[in-house]
Design a protein around this ligand. Structure first.
Ligand code: FE2
Length: 169
């Protein structure tokens, strides 16, 4: 996790005492996209290095994946065809949202399949794969969000940039 960021109240960062499913739920319940990314990278590293021992908590806790992941902003800008600077910026911004959603989708799979072992009983390799997918999507998010920040300084933290209507192109 970024050293400059403090844990959100009521939402401690994922740690080695958590199961993988609990880490996934912490990512899903985190509204800040950058913190979501920090939690993803930290969880993937701990899982890979064997610091996180179990897929699901023991003793069993009745946890549930949220119906919708927490988000700082639901709105992606309208996209144009990329013929103007404004519409290219809107395309980039939209791609950042898509990658952020992809991070949540990966953790949602981990949480939902992990929480229903009696129905799915997926092997550990299944979770290895989806942790990797989450980390890959997070890398895409980070790369595109940094690019967006370069193009439009000051818009990185909340992804709440309103580009308005893209020019017709
Ligand atoms: Fe992606």
């Amino acid at each position: 996790m970024d050293n400059q960021q403090q844990p959100m109240p009521g939402l401690p960062p994922p740690g080695p005492d958590d199961s993988l499913v609990e880490c996934a739920l912490k990512v899903l319940n985190c509204p800040d996209p950058w913190r979501k990314a920090d939690y993803t990278y930290a969880t993937a590293r701990m899982w890979r290095e064997g610091m996180i021992k179990c897929v699901r908590p023991t003793p069993w806790q009745h946890l549930q994946a949220p119906d919708r992941p927490a988000r700082s902003d639901e709105k992606a800008p309208r996209r144009g065809k990329g013929g103007t600077l404004a519409s290219r910026q809107a395309l980039l911004h939209s791609a950042v949202h898509i990658e952020n959603w992809a991070v949540d989708l990966s953790w949602d799979v981990v949480a939902r399949f992990g929480l229903r072992p009696e129905e799915y009983d997926m092997p550990r390799e299944f979770f290895d794969d989806f942790v990797k997918v989450a980390e890959d999507e997070c890398r895409h998010f980070t790369a595109l969000a940094k690019r967006l920040e370069v193009r439009l300084p000051g818009v990185n933290s909340t992804l709440d940039l309103s580009l308005g209507q893209p020019e017709r192109d």
